[in-house]
Design a protein around this ligand. Sequence first.
Ligand code: ADP
Ligand code: MG
Length: 350
Amino acid sequence: MAQRVAVSDVAGGSKRTSRVRVAVRLRPYMDKQDEKGEGSCVRGLGPQNLEIINWRNSTETLQYQFDVFYGEQTTQQEVFLTSVKPILPHLLNGQNASVFAYGPTGAGKTHTMLGSQEQPGIIPRAVREVFHLVLDLLSPNTQDLPIREDKDRNILIPGLTHTQLSSFSEFHTHFIPASLNRTTASTKLNHRSSRSHAILLIKVVKSQRVLPHRQQTGKLYLVDLAGSEDNRRTGNQGLRLKESGAINLSLFTLSKVVDSLNAGVGRVPYRDSKLTRLLQDSLGGSAHSVMITNIAPEYKYYFDTFTALNFAAKSKLIVNRPFVRETVSTTESGKRSRQQQGCETSAEPK
Ligand code: ADP
Ligand code: MG
């Protein structure tokens, strides 16, 4: 009995590890993104399901299922705790991991990965957690460790761990403001920022001080991908997709890689783009990967949302019933409900 359980655990575990966990996060509705006052065209149905209007027939909806669906109310903390924190301990065992934010420009990728001072995202939370894990590992009884810098400016935690950062506050001091500057500057250069990937690599090197000096390295890639709307534009052009820029190719290849990893069959086309080549050892195999697809609820994003969801899930279900145009209540109380605004179909909220 016990043996049978153990065997199935191993089988389940090994299967699970090469899969890419797919989450979808819907950002809150924004009035200013909806000049026509059409309301939302997307809504959650449960912890794994959502639906969008079927563009071929607006009396139908398309329903999707994912590993997780994060609705408009989901906090940064919840996303981190449920999708990212669980994979971080593997880094200390020399395993790799990656977290991607995918989706159209304006749907919340940077908010999810970086966030703001008030609502920090995955990057600052993951770095903080990695330091906590290292501290716990080195010194289970105290959070206070000596941290030194050698003459080459390498930061050392004497005993076990080498890292170029000595503390979360050092990361915070240097990385976050730089990233926020980039975000602010990019408002003016939106075109450019939406066409680049922002990749942060965190390497956790565990070395044994006494002989033999064994080392284990775990790598974590935290990736704020280029806007997926570019992919859609050229995606319509079939074979010419290959000839369009590196960004399109990388997103297209990433889609194929995620697909073949999740299908568990065939050759995984890592080598078809620089992005996937770079991430090869941190995506699939024994690595732990999470893809968070960010989507926006307004109609002007409809086709980008549709494409992004289809990238994230290869299966969808057409359900023949009207889309109920009510939305989850906004956090700002007293604000006029946007329910029913500009609806052409109406139905009773359940
Ligand atoms: P992207 O990086 O995908 O282009 P952003 O992260 O810049 O999108 O998000 C666009 C806007 O929406 C920003 O003003 C951001 O603060 C806001 N936003 C995105 N997701 C959320 C969310 N979950 N909660 C609150 N605001 C969000
Ligand atoms: Mg962004």
